[in-house]
Design a protein around this ligand. Structure first.
Ligand code: GLU
Length: 422
C-alpha cells in the first residue's frame, strides 16, 4: 500500500514525507528500508466520554501515533486543538523521531492529539478530559515505552493530571511516564523555558554567523504561548527589539519595540492579546510579512506557504513551531536565497532535550540545578548545530535536509541492524 493510501494521508503528512524523501535520496536509502523508516509503527485512536459541567456527556476523539520505537522509548507531546487530525499527529510524530535522533537522545518518536478547543472548557472539564485520555492510552505508554509531554494547548497542569492518573493505575508514583510536569511533581527546572531558550540560542548563534549584532536585530514572533513568549523574553534580554507578536486572535506591531511584560500581564488578565494597546493591530497573515531581521513562527504548521513566501521580509526564519513551512514555500525560499532557515527539528529541539533531562532526573531520583540543566542544554545545542552545518556543507543541500539526513540516518541504521521486527 502506498503511503498516500494510508489513514495518515493529509497535506501535512505529505509535507513530512516529501522532506523525508529529499534526505533519503541523499543517503541513497534503498526502497524497502526507506518505507520502513518512514511509516509510523502504530497508532491508537480513542474515544473519550467526558461529563461536562452542565451534566451532559460529550465524546471526544484522541490519537497517539508511535512513529518509531527502534531507537528507544517513543517521545513526544500531546496537542489539544480543535483542528487536530490523525494525519497531522502522524507527521508530528515523524518529526519527533528525526528531532530526537538528530540531537542524540535515546528515544524514538511519537505524538498525541485530542480534537478539542480547550479554551471553551472549564478547568474541571479539562481535568476530566486529560485524565480520561491518559486512562485510555495507559496500556500503550510508560517510562520505557512512550513518554508524552506538553504541546500546543497543553501545559504543566495537564501533564500533572496525566502523571497522577497513570501513577494511580500502577499503584505507585511513577513520574518518568510524562515530562513537562510541575516542579512539585518531578518536573525539571528550566523545562518551561527550554524550547524558547533553545530557539533563542539558535537565533543568536546564526545571527552571529551572519555578523548581525543584537542592537541591529528586530524580531517578529507568531504565537505567544509557551514557546513564543519564552523566545521573545530570551531575545529581548539579549538586546534585540521584539517588534511583532501574535496569538490566535491576531497580532500587534510596534516598530519601536513591544513591552513584553505588559503583553504577558495583558494575556494573563484577558486570556488573549486581543485589544492589547501596546502597538498597532495586524492580522496573523500581515504579521508574517512585516519587515524584520528574524521571523519566528511559533504556533502551528503550514503558515509559510506558496502564497506568502515571496513576500517575507526577514533575513532569518527560525522555526519554533513544527512544520511551519510548506514544501512549496521551501522551494521558493531556496530560489530566493536571501533568507536563512533554522529548521524546526533543530530550532525547537531544546524542549525535548530538557524533557530528556527531566526523565533522567525522574529515573535517578536525583535533581539538578537550573544552571546544570541550561549548561548541558547549550552544549547539546552547540553540538547539533555544528553537525548540521558540517552536513550541509558536505552535501551542499538545504539546512533542513542536512538536519533530516542526520536524524534519519541513525533511525534507518538502527532498523537495518536490528532486523525486520522493530
Ligand atoms: N511538543 C514538543 C516538541 O514538539 C516537546 C516534546 C517533548 O518534550 O517530548 O518537540
Amino acid at each position: 500500500m502506498a503511503l498516500n493510501e494510508t489513514i495518515y494521508n493529509s497535506p501535512v503528512f505529505q509535507q513530512a514525507c516529501t522532506q523525508f524523501d529529499a534526505a533519503a535520496d541523499i543517503l541513497g536509502m534503498e526502497a524497502g528500508l526507506r518505507e520502513r523508516t518512514k511509516r509510523p509503527r502504530r497508532c491508537v485512536i480513542v474515544s473519550m466520554p467526558v461529563r461536562m459541567d452542565s451534566g451532559k456527556v460529550e465524546i471526544f476523539e484522541g490519537y497517539r501515533v508511535q512513529h518509531n520505537l527502534s531507537t528507544g522509548p517513543a517521545k513526544g507531546g500531546i496537542r489539544f486543538h480543535q483542528d487536530v487530525t490523525l494525519g497531522e499527529v502522524a507527521a508530528l510524530a515523524m518529526w519527533m523521531s528525526w528531532k530526537c535522533s538528530l540531537v542524540g537522545l535515546p528515544y524514538g518518536g511519537a505524538k498525541g492529539g485530542v480534537v478539542v478547543n480547550a479554551r471553551d472548557m472549564s478547568l474541571t472539564e479539562l481535568e476530566r478530559l486529560s485524565r480520561r485520555y491518559m486512562q485510555e492510552i495507559t496500556p500503550f505508554i510508560g517510562p520505557n515505552i512512550d513518554i508524552p509531554a506538553p504541546d500546543v494547548g497543553t501545559n504543566e497542569q495537564v501533564m500533572g493530571w496525566m502523571m497522577d492518573t497513570y501513577s494511580n493505575h500502577k499503584g505507585f508514583y511513577d513520574p518518568g511516564v510524562v515530562t513537562g510536569k510541575p516542579i512539585a511533581l518531578g518536573g525539571s527546572l528550566g523545562r518551561r523555558e527550554a524550547t524558547g531558550e533553545g530557539v533563542a540560542w539558535f537565533v543568536k548563534a546564526y545571527l552571529q554567523d551572519m555578523g548581525i549584532p543584537p542592537e541591529k536585530t528586530t524580531v517578529v514572533i507568531q504565537g505567544f504561548g509557551n514557546v513564543g513568549s519564552e523566545t521573545a523574553l530570551a531575545l529581548y534580554h539579549w538586546g534585540a527589539e521584539i517588534t511583532g507578536i501574535s496569538d490566535f486572535t491576531g497580532g500587534i506591531h510596534n516598530p519601536k519595540g513591544i513591552d513584553l511584560k505588559a503583553a504577558l500581564a495583558y494575556v494573563a488578565a484577558n486570556k488573549s492579546l486581543q485589544g492589547f494597546p501596546g502597538g498597532e493591530s495586524v492580522t496573523n497573515e500581515q504579521l508574517l510579512e512585516l519587515p524584520c531581521t528574524v521571523l519566528i513562527p511559533a504556533a502551528l504548521e503550514r503558515v509559510i506557504t506558496g502564497q506568502n513566501a515571496r513576500k517575507l521580509k526577514c533575513r532569518l526564519l527560525a522555526e519554533g513551531a513544527n512544520g511551519p513551512t510548506t514544501n512549496e514555500a521551501d522551494q521558493i525560499l531556496s530560489e530566493r536565497g536571501d533568507i536563512q532557515i533554522i529548521p524546526d527539528v533543530l530550532c525547537n529541539s531544546g524542549g525535548v532535550i530538557v524533557s530528556y533531562f527531566e526523565w533522567l532526573q525522574n529515573l535517578q531520583n536525583y535533581y539538578w540545578t537550573k544552571n546544570e540543566v541550561f549548561d548541558k542544554l547549550h552544549r547539546m545545542l552547540a553540538k547539533a548545530k555544528a553537525s548540521v552545518d558540517e552536513t550541509q556543507k558536505k552535501y551542499n543541500c538545504s539546512r533542513r535536509t542536512a538536519a533530516l539526513v542526520l536524524g534519519i540516518a541513525r533511525v534507518s541504521e538502527a532498523k537495518a541492524k536490528r532486523g525486520l521486527f522493530p
